[in-house]
Design a protein around this ligand. Structure first.
Ligand SMILES: Nc1ncnc2c1ncn2[C@@H]1O[C@H](COP(=O)(O)OP(=O)(O)O)[C@@H](O)[C@H]1O
Ligand SMILES: [Mg+2]
Length: 506
């Protein structure tokens, strides 16, 4: 298990000092907590010796004082230990996003976006639960368990052993049920994402559904899925409804043993009434650690599985990078492109058979020249275009820019000199200006306007309600297909590129 936790080490090490503080608060909290039954014992013994009210007053004051101090440290314990888990979550999420930003487009054609999203939400959450409650309650259980049982043994070891005998069963019950609950919960989650995906598709594809009169069929299918979802949830309620009463019964058994055996000890004068009272309180103290033991093991298991899945994302290496760039690479690009006997096929995982999409292409485009490539749908025009900015990698020695093998040009240099308008444009839910400035954030308003003019979208933008500040996308203005493409062209020309690639753009 320790080995599986290793990926978390660098993340946890950053917060070593706070961990120490948090654990210190935990120990103080539980030490005070463990003392409280002894105070109760003193109180009860005082009563049975018919002591004066003054002594009871002191006992009461000590109880309140102890509870107050305990409350303060308990607050710090949670605040620190659970707080760390949020910081770790923050670090991990940033690292994951940074990594995803590095991976090449090929990775995303072989990985389902939905899976990635669920890893970034559910799995990250499970890891946070492992780092926060998982660690805190593990430590808590150990400290409370040892302290409580230790003090109970000190009071009467035989009684202790009898009374706590049924308790491990509680941990087992929680663990077994917890696992079942988790399995069902996973199924419910999966069902839920199917359901939401169905809704999403119906909303996005509303025109198709209406045009083909598929409303009733869609409603029937939705009803079926919705029913299944509810039934799965109801099966989960069945288990959870069973768990708590089962635990309550188990603890009733322990308290019964305490009453029968402990009561006899009191009558025989082996222990005081106060000790008997203290035993009752200690037994109550044990309820939570016993439950936590079963619960935490599930939490940790789940967290470890999720951690493994997240680390799987980090295992995917960016396959297009600067590894072949020499020590002193070129810094500027004039824009000459040459394909030399290029054959290209997509990575085998994504193409059905790995057979070449492009075969023996020889093409020389001098800097500043315009070339149009015409061909049937699916003949490989977009594929050829995507090789130049290295969205996919051409085989070594087949693609040269300014006479330099393209892999020897730093990606940043190469791409910052290329204006690329893909066949399917993508605009972000931002303003028109922000969309055009994408990749050239320090461009001035005049430059943006000039780019819009070149792309023939300036008159359209002037008619938008807020001009360049109009929001685009679902929460803003819907652009026509042509307007979107022109915005994308403006984006490409704004950077004044040496190479301009227009894939099916007007
Ligand atoms: N990302 C990809 N992964 C695998 N195969 C692809 C990918 N993109 C395109 N293809 C395949 O490459 C071939 C050429 O596609 P494409 O270059 O888009 O053609 P065109 O732009 O000329 O219509 C098609 O058979 C298509 O199935
Ligand atoms: Mg195409």
């Amino acid at each position: 298990m320790i080995a599986r936790l290793r990926p978390l080490r660098p993340y946890l090490a950053r917060y070593k000092k706070r961990f120490v503080l948090g654990f210190a608060a935990l120990v103080v909290t539980q030490a005070i907590g463990a003392m409280i039954p002894l105070v109760i014992k003193a109180g009860v013994d005082a009563i049975s010796h018919h002591a004066g009210g003054e002594k009871l007053l002191i006992v009461g004051a000590v109880l309140v004082g102890a509870a107050l101090v305990k409350a303060v440290f308990q607050f710090w314990m949670r605040w620190i230990l659970i707080g760390i888990s949020r910081d770790v979550e923050y670090d991990l999420r940033n690292d994951l996003f940074r990594h995803l930003e590095q991976l090449s487009p090929a990775y995303y054609t072989s990985t389902r976006t939905g899976d990635l999203m669920s890893k970034l939400t559910n799995d990250l959450n499970a890891v946070r639960n492992l780092v926060g409650p998982g660690i805190m309650y593990s430590a808590n259980t150990v400290v409370v368990g040892l302290a409580t049982i230790g003090l109970m043994l000190g009071l009467d070891w035989r009684l202790t052993l009898i009374v706590i005998a049924p308790l491990p069963l509680g941990s087992i019950v929680v663990r077994v049920f917890g696992r079942k609950i988790y399995e069902r919960f996973e199924k419910i989650q999966a069902m839920y994402s199917e359901l939401t995906e169905r809704v999403r598709e119906n909303l996005a594809g509303v025109k198709i559904v209406r045009a083909f009169c598929q409303e009733e069929a869609e409603e029937a299918e939705f009803d079926r899925m919705n029913k299944e979802f509810v039934e799965k949830n109801q099966r989960l309620i069945w288990i959870t409804s069973f768990l708590w009463p089962a635990l309550a019964l188990l603890f009733a058994l322990a308290f019964m043993l305490l009453m029968l055996v402990g009561g006899r000890h009191v009558l025989a004068g082996r222990i005081t009434l106060g000790a008997f009272a203290a035993f009752n309180v200690y037994l109550m103290y044990l309820i939570w650690p016993i439950i936590a033991l079963g619960w935490v093991t599930n939490l940790v298991e789940r967290g470890l599985a999720s951690l493994g899945r997240l680390m799987g994302i980090f295992d995917a290496r960016p396959d297009i990078d600067d590894r072949d760039v020499p020590e002193h690479p070129i810094e500027a690009i004039r824009g000459e492109i040459e394909f030399r006997n290029l054959s290209f096929s997509y990575p085998p995982a994504q193409s059905s058979d790995g057979k070449p999409i492009l075969k023996n292409i020889n093409l020389h485009i001098p800097a500043g020249k315009t070339v149009a490539i015409v061909g049937a749908t699916g003949s490989g025009k977009s594929s050829l275009a995507s090789l130049v900015p290295r969205l996919y990698d051409a085989p070594p020695g087949t693609l040269f820019v300014d006479g330099v093998p393209v892999r020897e040009i730093p990606l940043r240099t190469l791409r910052s000199h290329i204006g690329f308008v893909p066949q399917e444009t993508f605009l972000f839910s931002q303003t028109v200006a922000e969309n055009i400035k994408f990749g050239a954030t320090d461009a001035t308003a005049v430059e943006v306007e000039r780019a819009a003019e070149i792309a023939h979208i300036l008159p359209d933008v002037r008619e938008f309600p807020k001009g360049f500040e109009t929001m685009v996308g679902e929460r803003g203005l819907t652009l026509s297909g042509g307007q979107k493409q022109r915005a994308a062209i403006a984006r490409a020309v704004l950077r004044d590129p040496r190479i301009l690639i227009l894939d099916d753009a007007l």
